[in-house]
Design a protein around this ligand. Sequence first.
Ligand code: SF4
Ligand code: SF4
Length: 438
Amino acid sequence: MSVKTFFGGIHPNYAKELTAASPIEVLSAPETVVVPMLQHIGAPAVPTVKKGDKVLAGQVIGEAPQPISAPVHAPISGTVVAVTDRPHINGRSVLSVIIENDGQNEWVELDTHPDPVQLDREVILSKIRAAGIVGMGGAGFPTAAKLTPPKDATIDYLILNGAECEPYLTADHRLMLEYAEDVILGAKLMAKVCGAKKIIIGIEDNKMDAVAELQKFSGAIEIALLDTKYPQGGEKQLIKAITGREVPSNGLPFQAGVVVQNVATAVAVAQAVRDGKPLVERIVTVTGPVINEPRNFLVPIGTPLQNIVEAAGGFTEEPGKVIVGGPMMGMAQVGLEAPIVKTSNGILALSKAESHEPNVMPCIKCARCVDVCPVYLLPLRLEAFGMNEMWDEAKAYGAMDCIECGCCTYICPSKRPLLQYIRVAKNQIVAASRKKSS
Ligand code: SF4
Ligand code: SF4
């Protein structure tokens, strides 16, 4: 099998050996869960319950107000003790439903289908939408919306993203090993919905055991072996590596005839359509040099980070930084109060030494940032535009195409905060275009 890849990228220390061999353990539900109404891209869900209500596991507690949104379900049975703003992993306060666990694990009645591939396309789609499934690789785009591109679009490929290129994380790796049959079923269901002619699963070549496991069930589905290189799992990088097609600047994958979905999303789809189960739990890697016992857990959504870190034996020393997600694109946390959401694939704790602020030096024009940029940008130029508030120039040089992978910042010998200034420029460009259209 030949190994495919994309232009640019980096080879950081992957450190996946900390948890790659740790089977998924089911973490019991905490005494209280905090379920945010915003766990996806789009409009927040609107609560359908109030303080004092009794809820069953799997019951809708927040409904989607528009197509680019997703409903939210109770992960446990119990009593709603508050509907209020609570800290979110995104650093803001978000309206959340707080449920006290009654310890009964009582579920709503689930609508099961033993042979779900035989169901009509519309039925499968409505079940995916009703189950509140969103992209579980980190982006959180509502899956039902992503599977229904404009009517005139022809979808040639459904690509399942099993790259898991972020260092430290192994949640998708373990999922492919332990839920291989569901990955394949979810892929078939999603291909039926979006009309894809071919399904391809992309996996980095550091997960050959997962390739072997999937091959037991894959049949006509192709498995593409990818070079182990960050950001191999970036949507546009994956499409380019596997199909050779380019998504247009500022465009979306359907414009290249492709829909991309994460392997964890495929499992959620299989469980929703076959078992009637909404998205109320996910696999989370708890890892890093200062985690006592790094491992993988299946966690009820809404479980506070604190409970999950404690289940992994806590910290060996006070961490310098705790990140939800991987070290390259994850979100740094100010505390451990926020809960796990549908998109949270890991909790990473770094030591103080690994988290220190670098000493920033002047640019030496070495062009290493240019060499690694997977979207062919000039990060040193974009940084200068961002620093000097030259938003029009930043836009003209393609700032909006930056996928925020952080490769440029990682490789820079002068430790310049390139991505930080590119993000500032992007935010200003978006704000200016909103102002113009209002
Ligand atoms: S400019 Fe953006 S896309 Fe290019 S390497 Fe830097 S963060 Fe990645
Ligand atoms: S990698 Fe750093 S030092 Fe080299 S050109 Fe880019 S910004 Fe300048």
